[in-house]
Write a protein that binds this ligand. Structure first.
Ligand code: FES
Length: 152
């Protein structure tokens, strides 16, 4: 865990402990699935693969389903996945384009950065600053239930 991430997590914990009302509201939008890297079939710097039959990726079998992974050798911040249609799964880096913090999972069509409040839509475009550029997007190939995500 990077120093910035550690400080962010420690601050979030302190806020959560100090306000039961805030705790309940944050839990309602916290749908991050920090699956371990063992859940991937194959993972390296250029590609990662997983099986839609395997939890938690089975959420992507349904249009509108989303999953956020933890950091890994493919992307140190992890990736945001969203099932847009039967034939399209979108994949973005969770690295915020403002200063590199890790974004939250998609919730109600938006991913928020806890560091300074930027928000990104399901196209990876910033809808609220300070971030002003689009998220890195990856190529997704769907072959039966195997999903391959690559950088080029
Ligand atoms: S690092 Fe995400 S808004 Fe600043």
């Amino acid at each position: 865990m990077k120093r910035r991430e550690f400080i962010g997590e420690a601050c979030r914990f302190a806020v959560l402990c100090s306000s039961p009302l805030l705790l309940s509201s944050l839990q309602s939008c916290e749908d991050v699935n920090n699956e371990s890297n063992d859940d991937f079939i194959n993972i390296n710097e250029d590609t990662l693969e997983f099986n839609l039959e395997q939890s938690p990726f089975d959420k992507l079998k349904v249009v509108g389903g989303s999953v956020a992974t933890q950091g890994n050798s493919f992307d140190s911040n992890g990736i945001l996945l969203f099932r847009q249609s039967e034939s399209i799964i979108l994949a973005f880096s969770r690295r915020c384009t403002h200063a590199g913090a890790t974004l939250n999972a998609f919730s109600n069509g938006s991913s928020r950065c806890s560091s300074h409040g930027s928000e990104f839509n399901l196209s990876g475009e910033p809808t609220k600053g300070p971030a002003s550029s689009k998220l890195d997007q990856y190529i997704v190939e769907i072959v039966s239930n195997i999903i391959k995500v690559s950088k080029s």
